[in-house]
Design a protein around this ligand. Structure first.
Ligand SMILES: Nc1ncnc2c1ncn2[C@@H]1O[C@H](COP(=O)(O)OP(=O)(O)OP(=O)(O)O)[C@@H](O)[C@H]1O
Ligand SMILES: [Mg+2]
Length: 290
């Protein structure tokens, strides 16, 4: 698998702002992976996506797309990417299907609109005006719009925001299937559920800089508490004890507990991505905790 994007020392300043919003970030997005850009509100996730989809120009540093300078790419670039914006934009006076047909008209390559709309549960509402759609329906339609041209790379900004768990699951399954068929996904989010279920690699962005790039698994190993918590009954009441995971097989106290008590639960103290998010984004760039 090749490299979809190679981003080196990317800097960007909005014309109206005094300082840089993106302060020199470097990362690769590999072909066929789901890459998650995470970080607190205002960190620069959407700005980074807007630069990568060429909505914002005048950046410094370099971005290459499958080995080609992004600045030199012609209109063909838009044929290759699918974009889900943070705020769904549709024509409210047109029906859902009219909207999708309108946007599909820009592309040479077309996905099956009916299949996509059926999958997200919107086909039966295709003749309704989007202005009458609920928020979740607009979000799902926004995802269909991103998939309309069967893109090679999919950009998704907060794609499941505002969806109920069942609908969020459908979208996540579709994203994973897209990746499994060889698609590349650049996803920005602050929903750690999405990250755990989807992302192959993640980068944490804080105040326009990247503080950590890794896999969710390695992050858990790095920041996880290596301990085991045992809940057991003692004289009828619930009691608990925590043991270090290292050397647990030789821990006599742990063995005694297992042999002599009525154990109710045993959990390894795995740190959730939510906790990792708070740890990582609270760490200053010099490595000192705030
Ligand atoms: N058009 C603009 N002009 C000037 N400043 C902007 C503009 N758009 C965004 N910014 C600023 O750039 C910074 C990064 O914004 P951005 O939208 O990229 O953050 P984000 O990480 O996507 O946040 P969120 O999680 O809230 O979506 C913020 O300080 C924001 O105020
Ligand atoms: Mg954003």
């Amino acid at each position: 698998m090749g490299t979809a994007f190679q981003i080196r020392d990317l800097r960007f300043r909005y014309p109206s702002s005094a300082g840089d919003t993106i302060k020199g970030i470097s990362f690769d997005v590999r072909e066929g992976e789901i890459f998650g850009l995470l970080g607190p509100s205002g960190a620069g996730k959407s700005t980074t996506q807007k630069i990568l989809v060429r909505l914002l120009e005048n950046y410094q540093g370099s971005i290459s797309y499958f080995g080609q300078d992004l600045r030199a790419m012609g209109h063909s670039y838009y044929e290759e990417i699918g974009v889900g914006f943070e705020m769904p934009v549709h024509f409210t006076k047109l029906t859902a299907l009219e909207n999708m047909e309108f946007f599909a008209g820009f592309y040479r390559s077309r996905a099956d609109i009916q299949e996509l709309m059926e999958r997200v549960g919107l086909w039966e509402y295709r003749d309704r005006k989007v202005g009458e759609f609920s928020k979740g329906m607009k979000v799902r339609l926004n995802f269909v719009r991103a998939m309309l041209n069967s893109p090679r790379v999919l950009f998704l900004d907060e794609v499941t925001n505002g969806l109920d768990p069942a609908n969020a699951r459908i979208i996540k399954d579709m994203i994973a299937e897209y990746r499994d068929r060889g698609g590349t996904v650049f996803l920005s989010t602050h929903l750690m559920n999405d990250v755990e279920q989807l992302c192959d690699r993640v980068a944490f962005c804080v105040d326009g800089q990247l503080v950590e790039t890794s896999t969710p698994r390695d992050l858990k190993l790095k920041y996880g508490r290596r301990e085991v918590k045992v809940e057991y009954r003692e004289n009828g009441a619930l009691a608990s004890a925590v043991f270090p995971l290292d050397g647990i097989g030789f821990n006599q106290e742990f063995q005694n507990l297992l042999q002599n008590r009525e154990v109710e639960t045993i959990h390894s103290g795995e740190t959730s991505m939510e906790e990792i998010f708070i740890i990582v984004t609270g760490v200053k760039l010099n490595g000192q905790a705030e």
